[in-house]
Structures are given as structure tokens and as C-alpha cells.
Write a protein that binds this ligand. Structure first.
Ligand SMILES: Nc1ncnc2c1ncn2[C@@H]1O[C@H](COP(=O)(O)OP(=O)(O)OP(=O)(O)O)[C@@H](O)[C@H]1O
Length: 239
């Protein structure tokens, strides 16, 4: 298994149990939507997957590397898009990506090739020399996703990456990331509370109050019902 594997993960904020025995395996090249209402535990899970938080309860394996035992190897295989933008708005798109490449020890011609390849994948090559501040929200997000690809990760983690974007920009970004999983074998974990971002062919994990309530292909799970109705019936919360 070279994708993402989580086993019996538990995490507490003091007396508050945010994750209560979360387990799943995501195969390489799969697009997995992590659907949960506010407070489900999505951000806590992302924080554990990126090692912002640690826990003694449970295991995480990234591309076969145990995150607790081999953090450097595991983290090197991850690309992350956080909820809040982390671009330097005063730099060009290209400089944002070349700075990130340098942090990963990639420079010169190799860095240039990877940067342009990544921007091209996200339909952003023509905007390489625009200042990040001048981009709209959707283009900023695409630049951030391109930046995540520079070090050629195996697993891409996105924490509600479409928050604040309009419907067209949300659609473009979800399409791009689905294409990435299909074309490059990248394993994707896409946290969202919006059921319209999930396709029937996606793997779907429903998280609620720190527990996995459902895990499978989205189409068969929802059956004849719209996904939003299925989600409501499981969690009592709208999506
Ligand atoms: N620093 C904290 N201290 C105490 N409780 C917290 C803290 N951060 C989160 N929680 C609680 O842990 C639970 C999971 O929160 P988390 O932010 O992981 O959920 P989420 O699914 O990401 O929600 P959202 O979509 O609102 O970001 C919630 O009940 C939340 O109130």
C-alpha cells in the first residue's frame, strides 16, 4: 500500500474527544472526499496527518512510511493545501513556487521545469509572472495546488480548499484535482462540508463527531438519494 493509511486515530482537546478511533486506507491514485459538518474533526485529522499535532493513539502511514517513526520520509511524500492561503501575496506566482522548490533543495533548470509543469497542470502557466495579490481567489488556490506538486508528493491533502470561492471556481478546482489523481496516481484526501463537490465515482468517508459513519464509493453509498439527503440522514446536519 503506497497511498494513505490511518488506523484507530484518537485525539482529545482536554476533555473534548475530537477524533474517536478513525481508520481508513486510501489506495494510490484514489480521490477520497472527507465529508463532515462543522466540528466533525476534519481539521484535527488534517493537523495530525501533517504532524502539526501528534498523538500517541493510532498510526498514520504515508506512502508506506510511518509518520510517527519516520516523520521526515513521510512528510516528504505529502503536499498540503490549508484552509487559509499561504501564498506570499507580494511575490509573483513563479517566485512563490521557486521559493518552495528551494526549500525542498530543488533549484536551477530542474526547478524551472517542475514549476512550469505544475502551473501548466493547473492551467496557470500564463499567470506565472503575475503578483499573487492580483489573482482572484480561484487562481490563488490553483497556484497553491501547483506549488504542492513541485516536490512530487504521493499524497495530496486539501482542507476545505474551496472555502469562499464562487461556484465556477469551485468546479474548476475540483475538476483539476480529480484530473491529477486520475492522470498522475496522486492519492487525494479532500476535506469538505459541501456534498456537491463529491462525484459518484469518488471514495467517500463521512466523518461526524470524530467518528467515521460511512466509507465507500459515493454512488453506491447514496443509492437513489441525493448525497445531501443521505448525509443529512446519517448526521442530522445539512451538507
Ligand atoms: N483548540 C480546541 N480546543 C477545544 N476544542 C476544539 C479545539 N479545536 C477544535 N475543537 C473541537 O474539536 C472538534 C473537531 O473540530 P475540527 O476543527 O477538527 O472540526 P472540523 O470538521 O474541521 O470543523 P470546521 O469545518 O468547522 O473546521 C469540534 O467539536 C471542535 O469544537
Amino acid at each position: 500500500m503506497t497511498g494513505l493509511s490511518v488506523h484507530d486515530l484518537r485525539f482529545n482537546y482536554g476533555p473534548k474527544q475530537a477524533l474517536d478511533g478513525v481508520s481508513f486506507d486510501i489506495a494510490p491514485g484514489a480521490f477520497c472526499a472527507l465529508l463532515g459538518p462543522n466540528g466533525a474533526g476534519k481539521s484535527t485529522l488534517m493537523a495530525l496527518l501533517t504532524r502539526l499535532f501528534t498523538t500517541r493513539h493510532g498510526t498514520i502511514r504515508v506512502a508506506g512510511h510511518d509518520l510517527a517513526r519516520d516523520p521526515r520520509l513521510a512528510l516528504a511524500r505529502i503536499g498540503v493545501v490549508f484552509q487559509q492561503t499561504t501564498l506570499d501575496l507580494d511575490l509573483s506566482v513563479y517566485r512563490n513556487l521557486s521559493y518552495f522548490a528551494a526549500l525542498h533543495g530543488i533549484s536551477g533548470r530542474e526547478a524551472h521545469t517542475r514549476i512550469m509543469e505544475a502551473l501548466d497542470r493547473l492551467g496557470m502557466a500564463e499567470r506565472a509572472h503575475e503578483t499573487a495579490r492580483d489573482l482572484n481567489g480561484g487562481h490563488r488556490r490553483r497556484a497553491e495546488i501547483a506549488r504542492c506538486l513541485i516536490h512530487r508528493p504521493s499524497v495530496l491533502l486539501l482542507d476545505e480548499p474551496t472555502v469562499g470561492l464562487d461556484a465556477a471556481a469551485r468546479r474548476t478546482i475540483t475538476d483539476h484535482v480529480h484530473d491529477l489523481a486520475r492522470d498522475t496516481g496522486l492519492t487525494v484526501l479532500w476535506a469538505t462540508h459541501l456534498s456537491d463537490e463529491v462525484r459518484d465515482t469518488d471514495r467517500l468517508i463521512v466523518l461526524h463527531q470524530g467518528r467515521v459513519l460511512a466509507d465507500g464509493l459515493a454512488g453506491p453509498l447514496r443509492g437513489p438519494h441525493p448525497l445531501a439527503d443521505y448525509f443529512l440522514s446519517l448526521t442530522g446536519a445539512p451538507a
